[in-house]
Every structure is written in structure tokens, then in C-alpha cells.
Design a protein around this ligand. Structure first.
Ligand SMILES: Nc1ncnc2c1ncn2[C@@H]1O[C@H](COP(=O)(O)OP(=O)(O)OP(=O)(O)O)[C@@H](O)[C@H]1O
Length: 297
């Protein structure tokens, strides 16, 4: 984990976290989905928000990225309030998002190159070297040798998620919000995608806000964890504290739902970062084979 390593580029204001959400409350009619939630992410760190279905995790992600307005509360990025059109636009430029379902989150009428180019175009960054930038982005997510003019239907779920990750980092964001990025994927592919995210974090100094219900994913990827129950944070701590010595009954229950794995399996599963390039997943198309060849070359 990149942890305390310094980041390249300008640092956030001294002492300020990269992202700070304070007192976020969101109601749908009479239902309170989020009740005065605070969240803080230091630069280069991964904060996971865990909770069972309906606890408000996705709502929190949507509010933070600005897809929904909170009833109250505020978001600060690099110490500055994310308020007003200009600040919001600048914020969107600095924050990428990866969604759960790589089938739904890609427009099937666009080529994968166009998908990755979308945020570049939206922020006026698609210039003469745009095609080369797209190539570089695809390469950086283990899609070497893959034709950018191919359409998404030719790719497996894991490969589409790689395309979504390339899109999420296209504008060189400092923060990427990942909303259950592995839960729609085959188990065999999940570890590869987590590996890729960790690898990108190491290479780019990214911070992650990781939304998940999967405590095993939390153990592997997070520095800090916030446990959400019916819109309220009931426990907060390091990944080690929360997963090894949970204080709240609800967290213990969530942990109880994690299938027991042996120490040997855990050793096999970790570390997630290997020096080998990510290998495309098993549901291969022609592109994935090409990619595999170039990976193993
Ligand atoms: N647009 C909406 N209109 C009405 N209620 C909503 C809306 N979005 C979310 N909710 C409600 O808010 C609560 C929190 O939903 P949210 O999707 O944030 O939970 P979650 O923890 O992400 O769960 P899941 O993992 O199932 O997505 C749920 O009870 C949900 O029904």
C-alpha cells in the first residue's frame, strides 16, 4: 500500500486531508439514507465504506461525487469547499469513478477507445496526442495489444472493468471512487481487478474511496474502514483493527458473513501486488489472447 509515501505533484494544504465530507445527511422522502456522516481520506490512502445492502454506501459515493445533492453537509477537497459550478467541475476532473457493473456502465455503441477518451473530451484534454493517450491508458490497465476500435461486446466482464478503470484514471485524478468494483465479476477475476487497482495506486499515488460489502476485499485493499449501518457510521478504524478486533456487534455480524479462509489460503491470496503484469481473465476474446501474448512477451 502506498500509505505514507509522498505523492508527485502539488500536495493538498498542509494538515488537510485530500477529501473531507462533514455531516452528510440525505433523505428520500421520510427515509433518512445518510445521517450526519463524516468521511476523511488522506492522500495516497484507501478508505473503505462497508455495510450491508441498503446501509447507504452508494448514496454516500453519489453525494460525494456530486451526482446527488445532500440535504445538509459539505465536501471539501484539498481543503477547499466543493461548492459552485467551477469548483465542482475542477473536482470532477480530480476524481474518477468505477461502478459495480461494467456491462451497464459502458455505452455499447462506443468503441472501448471512445469510452476511455470520453472524460478527456469532456475536460478538453483530447488533443492531437489523444489517441496515443488512450493507447497508454489501455496499456496501463493490462489491455496491451487490444484494438481501441473494438466494441465492448467483444470483451469479458473483467476486461470491461479494466476499460472502466482506464476511463476513471484518464484525467489523472488524485482520488478514485470505486463502488463495488469487483462484486459483479467472477471470483477468479476479482483478485486480478483488485491487483490492478493496487498497482495503479502504487504507480500513480492514487487515493481510493472503496465501497463494498465484502470484508475480505476490505482486508486486502484498505488502510481505514468506516462501517455504515442504516446511514450512520457505527465503527471506524484501521483495516486491521476493524477486521481483527471489531468493536460493534454489527461489524462482528458482517465479519461473520465472510467465509472462513485458512491462513494458507490467505498467504496464497496475498500479497496482491505482483511484479508480473495483470493477466486477462479467462472468458477470453480475440483481444484478450492478443493481450495475453503481449503480457507474456
Ligand atoms: N433514489 C432513491 N430514491 C429513494 N430511495 C433511495 C434512492 N436511492 C437509495 N435509496 C434508499 O436509500 C437506502 C440506501 O441505499 P444505497 O443504495 O445507498 O445502499 P447501499 O448500502 O449502497 O446498498 P446496495 O449495496 O444494495 O447498493 C436504501 O434503503 C435505498 O432504498
Amino acid at each position: 500500500m502506498t500509505g505514507t509515501e509522498p505523492l508527485e505533484g502539488a500536495a493538498p494544504a498542509v494538515g488537510a486531508p485530500l477529501l473531507e465530507a462533514t455531516g452528510i445527511t440525505k433523505r428520500y422522502g421520510r427515509y433518512t439514507a445518510l445521517d450526519a456522516v463524516d468521511l476523511r481520506i488522506e492522500a495516497g490512502r484507501t478508505v473503505s465504506v462497508v455495510g450491508e445492502s441498503g446501509s447507504g454506501k452508494s448514496t454516500l459515493a453519489r453525494v460525494i461525487i456530486g451526482l446527488e445533492r445532500p440535504d445538509s453537509g459539505s465536501v471539501r477537497f484539498r481543503g477547499e469547499p466543493v461548492r459552485g459550478r467551477r469548483a465542482r467541475r475542477a473536482f470532477r476532473h480530480s476524481v474518477g469513478m468505477v461502478f459495480q457493473d461494467p456491462y451497464e456502465s459502458i455505452d455499447p455503441r462506443l468503441t472501448i477507445g471512445e469510452v476511455v477518451a470520453e472524460p478527456l473530451r469532456a475536460h478538453g484534454l483530447y488533443r492531437r496526442d489523444g489517441a496515443a493517450r488512450v493507447r497508454e491508458l489501455l496499456d496501463s490497465v493490462g489491455m496491451e495489444g487490444v484494438d481501441p476500435d473494438a466494441y465492448p461486446h467483444r470483451f469479458s466482464g473483467g476486461q470491461r472493468q479494466r476499460v472502466c478503470i482506464a476511463r476513471a484514471v484518464a484525467t489523472d485524478p488524485e482520488l478514485v471512487i470505486c463502488d463495488e468494483p469487483t462484486s459483479a465479476l467472477d471470483v477468479s477475476v476479482q483478485a486480478q481487478i483488485l491487483n490492478l487497482l493496487l498497482d495503479l495506486q502504487r504507480r500513480r499515488g492514487l487515493s481510493y474511496l472503496f465501497i463494498t460489502h465484502d470484508l475480505e476485499v476490505v482486508r486486502r485493499i484498505s488502510d481505514e474502514v468506516d462501517v455504515l449501518l442504516r446511514g450512520t457510521v457505527v465503527e471506524r478504524g484501521t483495516a486491521e483493527q476493524v477486521t481483527s478486533r471489531p468493536q460493534h456487534e454489527y461489524t462482528r455480524r458482517l465479519l461473520g458473513a465472510v467465509p472462513a479462509i485458512s491462513p494458507r489460503q490467505r498467504r496464497i491470496g496475498a500479497p496482491l501486488i505482483s511484479d508480473a503484469p495483470a493477466v486477462p481473465d479467462s472468458k477470453e476474446s480475440t483481444e484478450s489472447k492478443e493481450s495475453k501474448e503481449s503480457n507474456s512477451a
